[in-house]
Design a protein around this ligand. Structure first.
Ligand code: F6R
Ligand code: MG
Ligand code: MG
Length: 378
């Protein structure tokens, strides 16, 4: 097939069932119907898959219209507004939570839902992993994405495969100052880590091959091999309306990290911020679709992984990647960490540091104490 393929993951929390646990099946049904009848049948989409991670409705769509397509974004907007209507009927919790505007103006970015999109030339075989997280934020992808593309202890190919050995380029966003920088790994690895270790502020947005990538070709150097959603809901809404539960896509194999190298970092349940009231650190637990629901203390934060082969912009899959005993030990470890963290109750570092609590409901509690403070004399 000539031309390029685009993968778009667009997600939103349009109502939880119950509370912030999961998505009601009727909302997924609405999404499936609209994407089939108005998407595939009207030749906007080539293919799609609807799922949920926790209370987020996730639309995985393939097409050939490029990123930021008005038609594709419009379709997603239609799904979220109609699903919101149903969520209101069922009195689901926080119905329409991530729909922050009444009118669609051509691009869904900045309107509440999260987006991760990439356009690329399909290789002879094109394996892609789609990751979705609930009860955490975009910076939670920094550690696994760094390890996939830059850590030789994770990705054997960086050491032993000449076509991966040169490393990758990272596009890193400063989400506070709305700036970005492109950095090379391994040359600038320590500088990259200096930034992305501060995951609340610096987030990996995309990863690209190096200029002379032997298998993808120099012409393809501007085609991303990974992309992460970086939407910050509180900045859009101006007040706390839930976390910016992120999604990401990673291409794998032949000149890129192998599929197993892409999954390997999720064998460690690293800490992410979010969880209860978007205010706590907790372990990212990898789960299959049937367990992609947030329960204990509204969590713990979860990551769902689906694998596809892309064939002429069709999604061949999904394979439920973490629905596998190979991740049982990670889940058990996550539960032990969860238990340990919970014992801290309202204390940091379980609760987030004050600077990160600024966007939660805590400042409203602090306000009333303001006038009680007196000067310390000695
Ligand atoms: C976390 C999340 C939940 C809610 C919590 C309180 O992202 O959405 O943990 O913050 O359940 O929700 P409200 O204030 O709506 O009762
Ligand atoms: Mg919710
Ligand atoms: Mg959510």
């Amino acid at each position: 097939m000539a031309g390029k393929t685009t993968l778009s993951v667009i997600k939103a929390d349009v109502g939880g069932w119950p509370g912030h646990v999961t998505v009601h099946p009727e909302l997924k049904e609405i999404a499936n119907k609209i994407l089939k009848n108005d998407g595939v049948k009207k030749k906007i989409l080539k293919d799609f898959y609807v799922t949920n991670c926790g209370d987020d409705l996730e639309l995985i769509m393939s097409h050939t219209l490029g990123v930021d397509s008005k038609k594709v974004h419009g379709l997603a907007w239609d799904v979220f507004t109609k699903a919101t209507k149903k969520a209101k009927e069922l009195k689901l919790y926080g119905a329409g939570q991530d729909i922050l505007s009444d009118a669609f103006s051509g691009n869904i970015k900045g309107m509440g839902p999260g987006t991760a999109e990439m356009e690329f030339t399909e290789r002879a075989a094109e394996p892609v992993a789609v990751f979705m997280m609930d009860k955490t934020e975009p910076g939670a992808f920094n550690l696994p994405i760094f390890r996939i593309f830059a850590d030789p202890f994770n990705t054997a190919g960086l050491v032993i495969d000449p076509s991966v050995h040169d490393g990758f380029r990272f596009e890193i966003w400063d989400i506070e100052k709305h700036k970005m920088v492109i950095m090379n790994s391994p040359e600038e690895m320590y500088d990259i880590l200096a930034l992305i270790g501060a995951k609340e502020r610096y987030v990996i947005k995309r990863v690209f091959p190096k200029k002379e990538h032997p298998k993808l070709g120099s012409k393809k150097m501007n085609e991303p091999v990974a992309v992460i959603s970086t939407d910050k809901l509180y900045e859009i809404a101006g007040e706390y309306v839930g976390k910016d539960d992120p999604a990401a896509m990673v291409r794998a194999q032949s000149g890129l990290p192998a599929f197993g190298e892409v999954l390997e970092p999720f064998g460690f349940p690293h800490l992410g911020s979010g969880w209860m009231r978007g205010s706590h650190n907790g372990p990212l637990m990898p789960v299959g679709e049937r367990n992609a629901k947030c329960t204990r203390f509204d969590g713990p934060p979860r990551v769902l992984g689906l694998g596809f082969q892309i064939a002429n912009a069709k999604l061949v899959g999904p394979v439920d990647l973490f629905d596998d005993p190979a991740f049982d030990i990670t889940r058990e470890r996550a539960q032990r960490v969860m238990d340990y963290m919970r014992r801290h109750g309202p204390f940091e570092p379980h609760r987030l540091p004050l600077a990160d609590m600024e966007y939660t409901t805590l400042p409203n509690v602090m306000k009333k104490l303001k006038n009680r403070f007196k000067k310390v004399k000695d």
